[in-house]
Design a protein around this ligand. Sequence first.
Ligand code: ACO
Length: 331
Amino acid sequence: MNTRAFVAGWASAVPDGRLTNADLEQRVDTTDAWIVERTGIRERRVASRDQTTASLAIEAGATAVKYAGLAPEAIDLLVLATATPEQPIPHTGAFVGEGIGVRCGSFDLGAGCAGFVYALVAGASMLTGGGLEHVLVIGAETLSRIVNPADRGTCILFGDAAAAMVLGRSDRPDAPGLLAWDLGCDGSATGLLEIRGGGSRMPTTPETVAAGEHWLRMQGQEVFRRAVRAVVDSGAATLEGAGVTAAEVDWFVPHQANLRIIDAARHRLGIPEERTVVNIERYGNTSAASIPLALAEAADDGRIRDGDLVLCSGFGAGMTWASALLRWGHP
Ligand code: ACO
């Protein structure tokens, strides 16, 4: 590969509203101790009534463009990963493009919690293969809108956030940027994590709403089991593809779904705790926003530095999985 997509700017946006474990103790039959022990989560951010997936994405995207030192017109393509779109039609990218002030092509990408890495790979490939100069990749979610507040198996897990990365192109073969990736999906597991109502199979009716088919449903234990395997296999395949070992990885940035999944996966990959980025205690699972949110935080506070080798790995509804190996920094 003679051209490379590198991260030229990044930013995140989270709502001010916090939902703590103590708040959840008042709503469902659970305890702070259970949630912390089984998930590692202490609080999540929740969008206010006037905040949406697009408004969070606009905030993160516009800031990332600014921090990349660009005007919005410099963006040639917008790829937005989400499982909680603004509305069924049109795609969320249309709202976000208008909010940021771009008229370039845009599309939404649905791959559950693996969505951001899918979007990164799609955006980087179109950048390098299609002769673009800058691509804006965003992961944005308002999961609080699709979680059944009475379901203690899911309402404790999810939060709202957005995070964005601007990709730039370098023609130097030794430039930093996306080095290797791995994407996959096992569609035999669609029923493990799903919203059944509101689509082509089950259009919304008063009956589907009464039956709660518009809420997210999850078979947590089975998702858990498969998630560890997916992250480990996909992460290892990506490292192998780039010809690097786990010992050479400076930072592992996994999807923040459950601290026990993160610990099991990094242990099996051979990456120590001190080189793993974890922020799940403050945000919970923010699906497509989770990996870029963790990346942005670690880059902002100086943990991730130019030249560092960063392995991102996620999994989600589908079941999808996706990993990307990046050399951080500008050419
Ligand atoms: N508080 C207290 N008890 C609870 C709670 C709760 N919030 N939730 C479940 N329990 C109970 C169960 O009812 C069960 O009780 P029982 O033994 O009497 O039946 C017991 O706790 C154990 O339940 P498990 O489901 O076995 O608990 P587990 O340790 O598996 O934890 C959890 C559940 C946290 C959901 C876990 O399975 C998990 O994190 N799974 C992965 C979820 C995930 O990553 N999803 C995101 C995928 S990505 C995407 O695209 C959205």
